[in-house]
Design a protein around this ligand. Sequence first.
Ligand SMILES: *[C@@H]1O[C@H](CO)[C@@H](O)[C@H](O)[C@H]1NC(C)=O
Ligand SMILES: *[C@@H]1O[C@H](CO)[C@@H](O)[C@H](O)[C@H]1NC(C)=O
Ligand SMILES: *[C@@H]1O[C@H](CO)[C@@H](O)[C@H](O)[C@H]1NC(C)=O
Ligand SMILES: *[C@@H]1O[C@H](CO)[C@@H](O)[C@H](O)[C@H]1NC(C)=O
Length: 392
Amino acid sequence: MSHLARRTNEHHEPWSVTVGRRSSETARVSTKMLWFLVFSVWLLAVCESTACPCERPELCEPIRPQRSFEVFVFDVGGKTWKSYNWSMVTTVAAFGKYDAELMCHAHSKGARVVLKGDVPLSYIVDQSNRTAWIREKVDLAKSQFMDGINIDIEQAVEKGSPEYHALSDLVKETTEAFHRDIPGSQVSFDVAWSPKCVDKRCYDYVTIAESCDLLFVMSYDEQSQIAGDCIAMANAPLSQTLRAYDDYLDLKIDPKKLVMGVPWYGYDYPCVNLSQEGICYIDKVPFRGAPCSDAAGRQKPYKWIMKQMNSSSSGRMWDDEQKAPYFYYKDQKGEVHQVWYDDPQSICPKANSVRAKGLRGVGMWNGNILDYGDEPAAREQAALMWNALLGC
Ligand SMILES: *[C@@H]1O[C@H](CO)[C@@H](O)[C@H](O)[C@H]1NC(C)=O
Ligand SMILES: *[C@@H]1O[C@H](CO)[C@@H](O)[C@H](O)[C@H]1NC(C)=O
Ligand SMILES: *[C@@H]1O[C@H](CO)[C@@H](O)[C@H](O)[C@H]1NC(C)=O
Ligand SMILES: *[C@@H]1O[C@H](CO)[C@@H](O)[C@H](O)[C@H]1NC(C)=O
C-alpha cells in the first residue's frame, strides 16, 4: 500500500520539472507534451496498481469455486509452502510477510490466499474507525490479489460490553465488504476450542458464525486455564476436543460453518517434580483468572518434537485417557521435561469426527512446522501428517 503510493509520487516529481523547462519552447508543443506526460503518469499509475506478479495474468483473479471440503492452512512465512500437499489445500491464511509467489502458486492450485486481520477491539467500537479498518483491509487484499481475510482476534471480551457488540459488527461488515468488492472471497473467524468463555473470550458466537463464511476452531491450547492440579497434559485431549464441537453445534451453529483446527505443535514442560506415576508437576503460571496454564511450557514444532523424541529417555508413550502421545527427556542441566504433542495417531480420530459431524473441513496451526527435508524418513513423516487430516 504505502509502497505503491510512494512510487507513484516519485514518478510525479521529475516529470513536473521537465514540463517546466520545456515551457520555454512553443506553447503548442508544450501543451501536447503536457497531455502526453499526464497520460503517461496516469498509465504508469494504473499499470503499477494492477501489475500481476504471476506468470499468467489469470492467476491474479480471485478464486471463485467453493469446494465442499476445506483444508485450511495457516502459513507463517518462509518457503516451506512449496512442500505442502497442494492437492488438498483449499485456503492459505498468510500470517507471514506477503509472498506473491505463494499467492500465484496457491491460485494455480485453486486455493485461496487470505489476509490476517487483527485490531485492538477498543479501536473499532467507533463506527467510522471500524469502517476505515475494513476499507484498508479490502484495499490491501485487492492490491495483493488475495481472496479474503482471516480475522484473528483472540482478545478477552465481556458479554454485553461495547466490544462484544463491536466485534459482531466488525465480522458482519467485513464479510459484506469483502463479498461485495472481491467476488468469491472468504471471510473466516478464529474461535477458541470451546464456546464457553474460554480465556475470557465471551463472544456472540452465534451471530459471528452467521455473519461470516466459516469459523476456524482452534482445537488446541486446551490447557490455557488449568483448574485442578498444575500438571502437564495433552494440548488437545480427544474427548474434551470433541465435546466442545457438540457445544458449538448445540448453539445451533451450522456444522458447515465449522473447520476443525488441529495442532502441528506440542508443549515442552519442564517438570518441577515428577511423581512415581509419571505425573509432571509444572510451574504455576496464571492466565485470565486460572491459577496455572500451558504457559509454563514452551510451544515446539512437530519437526523439533520428532528429533527430540528420538533422543528421549522414554521414547514415544501413549496416554490412553487423553488419546495423545508424550515422552520424557532430560535437558543439559539434568532437569526432566515432559513433552505432549499430536501425531497421526492422535489426529486421525479427530479428523474422522470432522466427517462424522458433517463439519466444513479441517486445518492446522501451522503448515510450516513439519520437517520438509529431503530425507526419506522426513518425507514419510510429513506425508503421514498431511494425510491424517483426511482421517483414517
Ligand atoms: C481509532 O483507531 C486508532 C488507531 O487506528 C486509535 O488510536 C483511536 O483511538 C481510535 N479512535 C476511537 C474513537 O476509538
Ligand atoms: C510436586 O509438586 C506439587 C506442586 O508443587 C506438590 O503438590 C507435590 O506434593 C509434589 N510431589 C512430589 C512427589 O514431590
Ligand atoms: C531417529 O533415529 C533413527 C536411528 O538413529 C534415524 O534413522 C531416524 O531418521 C531418526 N528420526 C528422526 C525423525 O530424527
Ligand atoms: C496428497 O494428498 C492426496 C489426497 O488429497 C493423497 O492422495 C496424496 O498421496 C498426497 N500426497 C503425498 C505426497 O502424500
